[in-house]
Design a protein around this ligand. Structure first.
Ligand SMILES: [Cu+2]
Length: 137
């Protein structure tokens, strides 16, 4: 008859030092993967955003239009050397109360999580030609 495992048996050492850490690693990996369901969506603000011509080429915010699901987060990265804002609303009526980054320095980021469906128009309060749209389904 086969001897059953005790705490000191090689079998249990395997359980404690190999199988358990492996299980923990798999669990962490699984959690990391499931968080990707609510992936962060990136919008870049390039150097040309400071020039009004970016409005014609649609390159003030890259991409100009983003579609995402409820609970997802958009992170804007100021990839330019000029200060910008990400302000919900439009340049005529101003900030509509939904989200406002205030000044984003070059190299800095601003994130906003969208918890309600709808279309969100936004602009830069410093460069009113900079406009973008977030669509939350
Ligand atoms: Cu700007």
């Amino acid at each position: 008859m086969k001897k059953s495992c005790t705490i000191c048996s090689p079998c249990n050492k395997f359980t404690i030092w190999v199988a358990l850490p492996l299980l923990v690693m798999v669990a962490i990996l699984f959690m990391a993967t499931s968080q990707n369901v609510f992936a962060e969506i990136g919008v870049n603000i390039p150097n040309e955003a400071a020039e009004p011509s970016c409005a014609e080429s649609g390159s003030c915010f890259l991409p100009t239009e983003v579609t995402l699901g409820i609970g997802e987060t958009v992170t804007w990265t100021n990839d330019s050397s000029v200060i910008h804002t990400v302000t919900s609303g439009n340049s005529e009526d101003g900030f509509d109360g939904s989200f406002d980054s205030s000044i984003i320095m070059g190299g800095d980021t601003f994130s906003h999580t969208f918890t309600e469906s709808g279309q969100y128009n936004y602009f830069c309060s410093i460069h009113p030609w900079m406009t973008g749209t977030i669509i939350v389904n």
